[in-house]
Write a protein that binds this ligand. Structure first.
Ligand SMILES: C[S@@+](CC[C@H](N)C(=O)[O-])C[C@H]1O[C@@H](n2cnc3c(N)ncnc32)[C@H](O)[C@@H]1O
Length: 278
């Protein structure tokens, strides 16, 4: 009887190891811990990853909110009460060419390490020119665009400027296949729209004001990955992508350059206690 039990135990262990793509040995070989947020520049985190290590990227990079235009020239806006509230510990004010170069590098690396990339951004003065160029540069890799319809927008800060009620999510894959079919998608035909109507996220912290509503990464992770997949957010902020991944039974890795934001993310993950929803 004992012998049968022993054999069964070995059998279940082997079956589990086969199912689990992130087994201990593999992780040791590539020196990356999963289900962890790395407090560093995402470029450093990605440099440790082999090609296609990640199943899906869901992220929202900084939008360069404090780069403005004055007298026809790009300049940096003084830190005001409003903007210190948005990012107490992050400057968010690169010169437009540096912003363009940074995102070009990040997107190129993301396409190397991941099968699908969902890259969410908002058109603001400091991002518009760079992102429109990026859409041209990456046109072959962009499979589609999802519009995140937030329902309403704050009144614009100046005349002649539209109120901003939506954000853009680029869906990219580097499989070199023409057309709109997302080769690694997991949703059934007719089940995923290219508009997501989701209101703004609830306030989570006084020091980070640019946070995903949890439903947004939730919908993307559900439609573009399977259980036990590895989800990466290179701009993890307060940890919303990790929370959605945990709740959907996926693994996560994150990078977040600001120590204080890593702490918020760690607390949120601890409080959620790894509750699985499906
Ligand atoms: C728009 S926020 C992301 C918010 C996140 N989606 C959430 O729900 O909390 C962008 C984040 O990127 C971080 N960040 C900026 N540059 C970074 C870099 N080079 N590497 C890693 N994180 C960076 C900022 O500190 C900020 O928290």
């Amino acid at each position: 009887m004992h012998f049968v039990w022993y054999i069964l135990k070995i059998y279940f262990k082997l079956a589990k190891a086969k199912r689990n793509r992130y087994d201990h040995k593999k992780n040791k070989a590539i020196k990356m811990e999963i289900n962890k947020i790395y407090n560093e520049n995402c470029i450093e985190t990605m440099a440790k990853m082999p090609d296609k290590f990640i199943d899906l990227v869901v992220t929202s990079p900084p939008y360069n909110m404090r780069t403005r235009i004055r007298n026809g020239k790009y300049t940096t806006r003084e830190k005001s009460e409003h903007f210190s509230k948005k990012y107490k510990y992050f400057e968010d004010a690169l010169p437009i060419n540096d912003f363009y170069e940074f995102h070009t590098n990040v997107l190129s690396e993301l396409l190397r390490v991941s099968k699908i990339v969902c890259y969410n951004f908002q058109i603001v003065t400091g991002s518009k020119e760079a992102f429109f160029k990026i859409i041209g540069d990456f046109s072959k890799d962009i499979k589609d665009i999802i519009i995140w319809d937030k329902g309403s927008g704050q009144p614009a800060m100046h005349g002649m400027v539209l109120n901003s009620c939506y954000e853009i999510i680029l869906i990219l894959e580097d499989d070199k296949k023409a057309g709109r079919a997302i080769q690694n998608a997991k949703f059934e035909r007719g089940k995923m729209n290219n508009i997501l109507r989701i209101g703004r996220g609830k306030k989570v912290s006084n020091i980070h004001g640019a946070i995903f509503p949890e439903q947004l990464p939730f919908e993307l992770i559900k439609s573009f990955s399977e259980k036990e997949a590895l989800i990466f957010d290179p701009f993890m902020g307060s940890g919303t992508t990790a929370l959605a991944a945990i709740k959907l039974g996926r693994n996560y890795i994150g990078s977040e350059i600001t120590k204080e934001y890593c702490k918020i993310a760690e607390n949120r993950i601890r409080e959620c206690g790894g509750l699985f929803l499906n």
